[in-house]
Design a protein around this ligand. Structure first.
Ligand code: NAG
Ligand code: NAG
Length: 362
């Protein structure tokens, strides 16, 4: 028999022996989450997340998540988020099941600017890896917030807030849904592709980051594809917007910086092969006057190298809309602006201020 002193020495090794993560965890309620995320395969069954709680997945590196049923969220006026996923090298398979944010319960036409408190963002994504085939319906306000920890591809994502286009008893004559941004991005090395957004605000809004590609997506009914609004001390660089379709939206393509922003820049943005129709305010709007569309531009943000090259982008606007408006502060729009692959039609010429654009006339 071993003396007790030797046994005592062995105890820490037994206790510390790592549990294997090579297992499958199954989630059918929030009670299952803590144990399930100890495994590198996580299967999620259909369930309703209790009102006022976030469904958070803090995953081990290399985890595969399989959504195997619809997820609903209890209705309550609180700030959210409703769903959050974190981890590196994650494979997230949505399998087309629905995440239902219960938007109509909250919508009052005021979004996050007023009215009732709405949980937002609905879907907070802080992973690297891939996320595919996720179907989100009726986000209370902003839908996806993406701040990825490493290279990330989002593909075949749907944000369907079409129900928010109609007015309701709380919104008067305005659409009930508001500030229902599709993707709000603060991250680098990001590809968002083959996705669909039907909403009442920006389809995409890039707030900071580099090496961001938005390709082959469809945006409808909202405010179009945006970089910004850029606030102080933000950098956006190396953005490609290609092969997208924008329909029935206020703008098609927009870059906006806050008029009072300082020490910020947006550089190397390329638009190619996009197609927009039914644009009601501005086809292309590049402005340093935000929140005004065209106003008194600030000079604290530099926009450089904004180009329409590499394939025809066509923008058809309504007759009362402006085809292109560029509102730069003096000396704040720099570099080469080659717009030779942009064609606009249908509306009025907008003003182009403090920008040296080549290859394009409205
Ligand atoms: C929340 O309310 C909305 C709108 O009435 C409804 O569609 C949704 O099913 C509700 N969610 C739950 C979990 O009951
Ligand atoms: C740019 O981002 C994409 C998408 O995540 C990634 O595959 C690629 O490696 C990145 N490029 C560089 C130069 O880091």
């Amino acid at each position: 028999m071993l003396p007790w002193t030797v046994l005592a020495l062995l105890v820490p090794y037994v206790v510390a022996a790592p549990a294997s993560s090579d297992c499958t965890g199954t989630i059918s309620s929030l009670d299952d989450v803590t144990d399930a995320v100890e495994c590198t395969t996580v299967n999620v069954n259909s369930f309703t997340v209790p009102a006022g709680e976030t469904f958070t997945l803090s995953l081990l590196s290399g985890t595969t998540v399989n959504i195997n049923g619809d997820i609903a969220f209890g209705n309550e006026t609180w700030s959210g988020p409703l769903f959050e996923v974190k981890g590196d090298d994650i494979t997230f398979n949505g399998n087309g099941y629905r995440f239902d944010g219960g938007g109509p319960y909250y919508w009052d036409g005021e979004g996050t600017d007023g009215g009732v408190t709405k949980p937002h963002p609905m879907m907070k994504v802080e992973i690297s890896g891939t996320m595919t085939d996720v179907y989100v319906v009726n986000s209370p306000a902003q839908c996806f917030s993406v701040s990825n920890t490493g290279p990330l591809t989002l593909s075949d994502i749907t944000v369907d807030n079409s129900q928010g286009n109609a007015a309701n008893s709380a919104s008067g004559s305005d659409p009930a849904g508001a500030n229902t941004d599709g993707f709000d991005v603060a991250g680098s090395d990001l590809l968002i592709t083959k996705s669909t957004v039907i909403n009442q605000d920006d389809c995409l809004a890039i707030n900071s980051g580099s090496n961001i590609t938005f390709s082959d997506n469809s945006c409808a009914d909202g405010h179009g594809i945006s970089i910004g609004s850029i606030s102080s001390d933000k950098t956006v660089s190396d953005v490609v917007i290609s092969g997208n379709t924008v329909t029935n939206s206020q703008q098609a393509l927009r870059i906006k910086s806050d008029a009072d922003a300082t020490d910020s820049s947006v550089s190397s943005v390329t638009y190619s092969n996009n197609k927009a129709t039914g644009i009601t305010k501005y086809g292309v709007l590049i402005t340093q006057s935000y929140p005004d569309s065209v106003g008194t531009p600030g000079t604290g943000t530099t926009f450089s190298g904004i180009s329409f090259t590499g394939g025809a982008t066509t923008v058809a606007v309504e007759s009362t809309a402006e085809m292109v408006a560029v509102d730069c502060g003096s000396g704040s729009c720099t570099g080469t602006w080659d717009w030779s692959d942009l064609t606009t039609s249908g509306g009025e010429d907008g003003a182009i201020t403090n920008a040296d654009i080549s290859g394009f006339t409205q």
